[in-house]
Write a protein that binds this ligand. Structure first.
Ligand code: C2E
Ligand code: CA
Ligand code: CA
Length: 582
């Protein structure tokens, strides 16, 4: 028989006094529910039934509260509790905290029951509701305590993370392995750090203009004596959930610093290393201060340290993140935004935060072959970010076609299996010593190459009075960067139209496109070389008209960029403003 309102209030007061029920929804609270479930399970088994544990998670509660207010949020939780109570009776369900609920029942017909729950919940609160993710743990999988069953059902409910409709998932072998991994990681993390089972592997990052390794990314590997290699995907999130991730990140910092000193002691080149830090690190400790302490202790130049933080950091408080970025710069480190374009408010981030470099999410390369639209988007993004005076790195590069395209659109740096997988320190040293990999850029020439990378091949700042004839070209003007060393000319950068010009005038071969520096096959006419000298003397744009190259007559502007003090090479920017047939 239904209780009247007064009776309900009285019952609630009494039960809450007894500390067994949740104040908001009047369902059993977590500890009481687990007691009920342990007892209830035994009765069901004795009855010949197969019990299951269910876990429910309302998706998007935070967003709902922000949109409709906390009171409405509370109403929704109460409504869900009522739906559960209707389907299971109050002694078989409970609130586990926040927007999480659990229930236990008979395995037979459980899927129909869940569908009915989803349907009922869709119609509560005038349809102002949320999707529910349910996880099912069948006790037949392994007879465990209600508390463990609940953990396992929760794990199942978390499986379809990105799905925004009601859904249910059974706990299975795969999840079981995953949950055992979680337990293993948590139980062994401290030891893994002490014993250095966790260590950085290094993946090269290539500078587009010279094809040399200019940075390397430190990626954590857990090499376990019994479990084998545990990839970061299997422990990073666990450590984040457990609020231990800063300990991992600081350990990787310490090891990377020790590795740099070791490399130095062997007389091998030391280049900037970029370290992944979790956005949670900022709240778990004074992460920038802690890293700086270690960098000073190791006596490493802070300019050799880069921090990569993912785009998802945009969910942190804006002022707070701005302060942290300022601290990174004050310490002398660089900061890169990782995984740009992976789905947070990316463009907003560019405007609000002072990142030195934007690293494009790997999905751009994964979708590279799928559609030309992807190419247009990348080209425009790289150009826009370059105009904001921010560098670009594209990761996940696996083919020469991708590298060629990225060089054409002016991406500063590239990273991916095309140049190499992450390597242990020992392997990295071996590769350097045997010269099988790409050469390493000397830190003393980095400035020079940075200037070259930054040369604006989109809208060159040629004298304003000079009007470029827009009818002469369909696309952008042919533009590029040439390096001269020991009287030899090499092409360091080019856009698509300049590449076409160089091919048509037989300066280069088609196969050369997309590789690092391109040595040209023949010299340009003598007047061109005179103009080169002139532009280095004046430091301004110099114009050369009616220059003869192949079957063309070209009108070209040249401007000096800089000198490489190490190799004595010089670089200049070239812009062709008109071409006609002779
Ligand atoms: P991430 O920072 O985006 O790192 C790039 C991942 O892509 C690395 O995987 C790398 O091995 C892989 N990768 C590189 N080039 C290619 C390619 O051409 N093709 C393909 N398919 N993959 C490529 P990994 O090492 O498994 O790292 C996964 C993620 O784990 C990292 O993604 C990063 O978010 C996180 N992580 C790794 N080490 C650390 C760390 O020390 N601290 C923190 N907080 N996170 C870390
Ligand atoms: Ca990264
Ligand atoms: Ca990334």
């Amino acid at each position: 028989m239904a209780m009247n309102e007064l009776e309900r209030v009285e019952r609630n007061k009494r039960l809450i006094r007894e500390n067994q029920f949740d104040t908001l929804t009047s369902l059993p609270n977590m500890s009481y529910f687990l007691q009920l479930a342990d007892a209830g399970k035994k009765l069901m088994v004795a009855d010949g039934k197969r019990p299951v544990m269910l876990y429910f998670d309302l998706k998007g509660m935070k967003f709902f509260n922000e949109k409709y207010g906390l009171k409405e949020g509370d109403n929704l939780l109460i409504a869900f509790a009522k739906v559960l109570e209707n389907h299971f009776s109050v002694k078989c369900c409970g609130r586990m905290g926040q927007d999480h609920f659990a229930a236990f029942g008979d395995e037979e017909g459980i899927e129909d029951k869940l569908l009915a729950i989803f349907k009922d919940f869709k119609h509560v609160n005038d349809g102002r509701t949320l999707p529910v993710h349910a996880g099912i743990y069948p006790m037949s999988f392994e007879d465990v305590s209600a508390s463990t069953a609940c953990d396992r059902a929760k794990l199942a409910s978390d499986k379809e993370k990105g799905v925004h409709v009601c859904t249910y998932t059974f706990y299975d072998e795969e999840l079981h392995k995953r949950s055992n991994r979680v337990i293993y990681v948590l139980n062994n993390f401290e030891k893994a750090i002490e014993e250095k089972w966790i260590r950085p592997y290094y993946q090269p990052i290539i500078r587009s203009v010279n094809g040399k390794i200019c940075d390397e990314e430190a990626l954590a590997r857990w090499i376990d004596p019994t479990e084998g290699i545990i990839p970061p995907d299997e422990f990073i999130y666990v450590l984040e959930d457990a609020k231990l991730i800063h300990l991992l990140d600081l350990h990787i910092v310490e090891m990377a610093l020790a590795d740099m000193n070791h490399t130095k002691s062997l007389g091998l080149p030391v280049i900037p290393v970029s370290i992944n830090i979790s956005k949670y690190d900022f709240h778990l400790c004074d992460i920038v201060g802690e890293i700086l302490k270690r960098v000073r202790f190791a006596n490493i130049d802070p300019s050799l340290i880069t921090l990569e933080v993912t785009e998802s950091a945009s969910t942190l408080d804006k002022d707070f993140l701005q302060e942290q970025i300022a601290k990174v710069h004050a310490a002398g480190f660089k900061i890169w935004m990782d995984d740009f374009g992976s789905g947070y408010s990316s463009l907003n981030m560019l405007q609000s935060f002072d990142f030195d470099t934007i690293k494009f999410d790997m999905r751009f390369m994964r979708e590279f072959a799928e559609s030309k639209k992807n190419h247009v988007i990348m080209k425009e993004l790289v150009q826009m970010i370059t105009k904001l005076d921010i560098d670009t790195v594209i990761e996940g590069v696996e083919t020469i076609e991708q590298a060629r395209f990225l060089r054409e659109i002016g991406a500063n740096k590239m990273q991916g299996y095309y140049w190499g997988k992450p390597n242990s320190l020992e392997n990295k040293h071996l590769i350097i010593k045997t010269s099988i990999g790409n050469p390493t850029e000397e830190v003393s020439e980095s400035k020079y190459y940075e200037l070259i990378s930054k040369a604006n091949l989109i809208e060159p700042d040629i004298d304003e009075e000079y009007q470029i004839d827009p009818d002469n070209f369909f696309g952008p003007h042919p533009m590029g960067v040439i390096e001269i060393v020991d009287g030899q000319l090499e092409i360091l950068r080019y856009n698509k139209t300049y590449a076409m010009f160089l091919l048509n005038t037989e300066f280069i071969n088609k196969e050369d496109l997309g590789t690092g520096k391109i040595l040209i096959k023949r010299m340009p006419e003598p007047r061109f070389m005179e103009a080169v000298d002139k532009c280095f003397e004046s430091g301004k744009w110099e114009r050369l008209q009616n220059s003869h190259e192949g079957k063309f007559l070209v009108d070209v502007f040249l401007k000096a960029i800089g000198k490489n003090e190490l190799t004595k090479a010089v670089a200049l920017e070239v812009v062709i403003v008109s071409i006609s047939n002779e």
